[in-house]
Write a protein that binds this ligand. Structure first.
Ligand code: JFZ
Length: 309
């Protein structure tokens, strides 16, 4: 299916990193991977994930005010915590005080406000018993190490892929996303991930779904790293960007980019034919703080002033 016309025209999307990590304000998934927090303490955040102020209609209104045409929610990051009541795996909202599906209301609220629905999903799950974690070239040694190559258990790996596929099926069938934003692919090869089969099963149900570049050869658009590229890629592309220096909620990170900087990223990106996917990190109870909301509104006001009639 050719690229959906909405995507290359969208210009602005909002990325939402919402998950367990917001409870203690630690880095999303990477904090326990690096050992900055123990796995036990990381998982203890479950008790504080309340979502009690979760109001996706208010988020959708804010995103529309920012001038966005789509938004992408982290439905399950590398830590394995699913924001919906999945039938696959143990680690999801039903194990937290939130206790209910948060993805469905997000999708409904965006649609209601005329925005396209994007769902983020990590291929890797560093908390799944069948997932052999890879030690990266990081500064801190990770306590979780994969077995040597060739010694991974093929039965466990098949179970892991069945779990991932089951979750992706749930996301696609229940929420009918317009875009799927995969992540975490770097730990395995395209063949090990079964990318082709996964793309086929998604598109069989939702042929119009746009797939990001972390679906490797089946991706529909490019995702340049580290800023606006000097030479833009051919075809549609998207730059993802944090407002401060964190993807998720981190109260000590106050290094928020001024609205003027966000405007520059936005204009440079769309001037070179891309979309900007600008990230927010809600608190564990589901609020987008004024530091971030005000910047989204500021960018939206600028876009509004400069939009063609
Ligand atoms: C990944 C995640 O590991 C991270 O936690 C966050 O969710 C981010 C949006 O995605 O990290 C990456 C991976 C690749 C790039 C940037 C961040 N990249 O290609 O620019």
């Amino acid at each position: 299916m050719p690229m959906q016309p909405w995507f290359p025209d969208a210009k602005l999307g909002i990325f939402v990193h919402y998950g367990l990590y917001a409870v203690e304000g630690v880095a999303e998934s990477w904090s326990f991977y690096y050992g900055d927090i123990s796995r036990e303490d990381y998982l203890a955040q479950l008790d504080g994930f309340t979502a009690e102020a979760y109001d996706p209609a208010a988020w959708a209104e804010l995103f529309a005010q920012a001038g966005a045409r789509y938004a992408v929610l982290t439905t399950r990051h590398h830590d394995g915590f699913a924001l919906w009541d999945s039938a696959y795996g143990e680690l999801n909202v039903t194990a937290s005080p939130a206790g209910r599906d948060l993805v469905g209301p997000f999708a409904d609220a965006l649609r209601e406000r005329g925005l396209k629905v994007g769902l983020y999903y990590s291929h890797s799950d560093w908390n799944h018993p069948d997932y052999p974690t890879v030690r990266g070239p990081q500064a801190h040694p990770s306590p979780y190490v994969t077995p040597p190559e060739g010694q991974e258990d093929p039965v466990a790996w098949a179970r892991y892929l069945a779990y991932r596929d089951g979750q992706v099926d749930e996301l696609v069938e229940r929420y009918r996303p317009d875009l799927l934003w995969f992540d975490g692919e770097w730990e395995r090869s395209e063949e090990q991930w079964g990318i082709d089969a996964l793309a086929d099963r998604i598109l069989a149900v939702r042929p119009q779904a746009v797939l990001n570049a972390r679906m490797l050869s089946r991706g529909d658009y490019a995702t340049p790293e580290q800023g606006v590229p000097i030479t833009p890629p051919d075809g549609p592309w998207e730059l993802c960007l944090t407002i401060n220096d964190s993807w998720g909620y981190r109260p000590h990170d106050t290094n928020h980019k001024p609205v003027g900087h966000l405007v520059r990223y936005f204009t440079e990106t769309i001037g070179a034919g891309g979309n900007l996917l600008l990230d927010v990190g809600p608190t564990a109870d589901g609020r987008i703080l004024p530091e971030q909301a005000d910047r989204l509104k500021g960018l939206g006001a600028w876009i509004e002033r400069h939009a063609e009639a």
